[in-house]
Design a protein around this ligand. Structure first.
Ligand code: GMT
Length: 374
């Protein structure tokens, strides 16, 4: 099949998932065309069967807001026509679903049929999409999609709860390539972070408010008071300076390391002892699944779809949003007993294997084949 993929090219979960899906499809001999405004971060090197089309958004003095959606729809028309795509798969509804709808209508005028599938990822529904400035367009373009998928059961329910959706939303859970995360820790790297053998707590995100990054710092301060430990922050975003200030205020800043955006997550996860995810909402929590694939137990909130991947008392622990004391106790419980830690590590890995890329990608192929007749 010839598949067009539209996504955000950044470190966010939806872009990561879309890129890994495209790479997996290309390996299975599908021809994959990424259409976005920048080379996706996980598309680091040349991969046979993958093509990348950059959306150019020309500026003009009249444009306070250059019209990305129009540029995307026009690029889609061009790519679909010239590369004879069979299907379009857009990740994150805003503005990708409406741009796909527009491209589809333009091509229909030229008697070219292009089905499009919209995969909902989270904040496109639960946060941004619900805002009334976007909601009518989001509702319309989701309903006009030839198929809709959501990355968790929770997100499916949330979508039906917040929007008037008149067709089925199929759940295709996010996936991880477990072989990629099955890495031996690099000793020199571990020593650079934790020179005296301290335990390593890890948080990776886009540091938006929804992640409740200050909770991570507070949990760490509690743990650090009892167990020699370091906190590693991966990623960047608006709440980073808040976390920096709080770690100074709590007197732990020398043990908190901010390493910014990183491409080699597998090497970082390999040295971590616990992954912390304190979010107010996560449709799925791909970062937590990647941690589990690297045998890192997850201490998280029970928000959104997190309970669909993190099994309380087995692969990690779940707590109510904001319950810093319970989460601190849970981290200590994991770190104080080697045998407990080991069994959680193994359970986390086993659970991640259920979401392995090889189980999930065929579900997308099956969905595509409903719309592409060869
Ligand atoms: O977490 C973010 O804010 C990024 C966002 C995105 O769209 O890139 O993540 C969403 O999609 C991920 C991939 O499906 C999910 O794993 C995240 O849980 C989801 N984020 C939220 O729901 C807040």
């Amino acid at each position: 099949m010839k598949i067009g993929i539209v996504c955000y090219p950044t470190f966010g979960g939806s872009g990561v998932l879309a890129t890994e899906l495209g790479k997996a499809l290309a390996q299975k001999n599908h021809e994959v065309h990424f259409v976005t405004y920048q080379q996706p971060v996980r598309l680091e090197r040349f991969v046979p069967n993958i093509f990348y089309h950059e959306v150019q958004v020309p500026t003009y003095p009249l444009f306070d807001f250059p019209p990305y959606e129009t540029a995307l729809a026009s690029t889609l028309v061009d790519v679909i026509k010239n590369h004879r795509l069979d299907l379009l798969h857009v990740h994150y509804a805003i503005p990708h679903a409406s741009a796909a709808y527009l491209a589809k209508q333009i091509l229909a005028n030229e008697k070219i049929q292009i089905p499009f599938i919209t995969t909902l990822h989270g904040t496109d529904i639960t946060l941004v999409g619900r805002d009334k400035t976007y909601a009518p367009v989001v509702t319309f373009s989701i309903n006009e999609s030839d198929a809709i998928t959501a990355v968790s059961h929770n997100l499916r329910e949330e979508t039906f709860r917040h929007f008037k959706i008149n067709k089925e939303i199929e759940v295709i859970m996010n996936f991880v390539d477990v072989t990629r995360f099955n890495r031996k820790p690099i000793d020199a790297f571990r020593k650079a972070i934790a020179p005296s053998g301290e335990r390593i707590l890890l948080h990776a995100s886009n540091f938006r408010k929804i992640k409740r990054v200050p909770d991570v710092v507070r949990i760490f301060a509690n743990v650090h008071a009892k167990i020699p430990s370091k906190l590693l922050f991966v990623g960047d975003g608006p709440e980073r300076s808040v976390a920096e200030d709080l770690s100074r205020e709590l007197g732990v800043s020398e043990n908190v390391l901010f390493v910014g955006k990183q491409e080699q997550m597998e090497d970082i996860l390999a040295i971590a002892d616990v992954f912390l995810l304190t979010s107010e909402y996560e449709s799925f929590g791909l970062a937590a699944l990647e941690a589990m694939a690297a045998k890192v137990p997850v201490v998280s909130t029970d928000a959104g779809g997190l309970a669909e991947i993190n099994i309380h008392g087995q692969t990690g622990f779940l707590s109510q949003v904001g319950d810093i004391n319970t989460m601190s106790q849970q981290v200590m419980q994991l770190l104080q007993s080697e045998s407990t830690h080991l069994s959680f590590r193994n359970n986390a890995y086993k659970q991640a294997c259920k979401f392995d890329i090889h189980h999930i990608v065929p579900q997308y192929e099956k969905l595509y084949s409903r719309f592409v007749k060869n």
